[in-house]
Ligand binder design. Structure first.
Ligand code: C5P
Length: 222
């Protein structure tokens, strides 16, 4: 393999995508937000009232789902069957259901295959929960991000408030705790730190400090 793969995993709302995006921009790599894919699948399941325990229905639904990433000025838009769902997938109701949908074996199988295809030839930065463990176990650089839960809740709360969504801090905290619990305890590729991943605790780091940290590691390994 001649392309360079950077895997960034970690808990919910640690700022993984922010670091991954900045990193991809600075290195001119492709950025893939794997969580956005699970969110898009969840949105489809919610709209079409798919019963998560009915594997035939799940497989049939997965067959109907087509996800695309389209880079535009300074951000990446995500399309679900040609509809721009970049905003819709960030809503609290999707966050409330995404971990249940992501725990389904068939869903993971389909998403992992798509993610692996995206990393076939290109230099890529992918963030998620199982990128360093399952999607790209041979990634060239693996980062595991973590941050104090209060810091994470405050960040997510501010993000939702800026978009005009009215949720309480308690709701945000409960959602993060619940997702972390389901994501870490599910049977199929649970969230855990890969043995060769480097920890980045960004509770007290600003964005440029985080970027410097990862760029240094990249420079040592490239
Ligand atoms: O990264 P983000 O918080 O948007 O991810 C939303 C959810 O998608 C996570 O809470 C998790 O349930 C699921 N996910 C996953 N595996 C990934 C990325 C996200 O299960 N690689």
């Amino acid at each position: 393999r001649s392309n360079f793969i950077i895997a960034i995993d970690g808990f919910s709302s640690c700022g993984k995508s922010t670091v991954a995006k900045a990193l991809a921009k600075s290195l001119n790599f492709v950025f893939v937000d794997s969580g956005a894919m699970y969110r898009a699948v969840t949105l489809y399941f919610m709209r079409n009232k798919i019963d998560c325990s009915d594997s035939a229905a799940v497989l049939q639904a997965l067959d109907q789902i087509h996800i695309d990433f389209v880079p535009s000025t300074d951000r990446v838009q995500i399309f679900l069957n040609d509809e721009d769902v970049s905003e819709a997938i960030r809503k609290m109701e999707v966050s409330d259901n995404v971990s249940e949908v992501s725990a389904i074996k068939e869903v993971r199988k389909a998403m992992v295959a798509q993610q692996q295809a995206l990393g076939k030839k290109r230099n890529i930065v992918m963030d998620g929960r199982d990128i360093g463990t399952t999607v790209f176990p041979d990634a060239d650089l693996k980062i595991f991000m973590t941050a104090n839960v209060d810091v994470r809740a405050e960040r997510r709360y501010a993000e939702l408030a800026a978009k005009g969504e009215t949720v309480s801090m308690e709701e945000v905290k409960a959602n993060l705790a619940r997702r972390d619990h389901i994501d870490s305890t599910r049977e199929e590729s649970p969230l855990r730190q890969a043995e060769d991943a480097i920890i980045l605790d960004n509770s007290n780091l600003n964005q440029s400090q985080q970027l410097d940290f990862v760029i240094d590691l990249y420079t040592q390994r490239k």
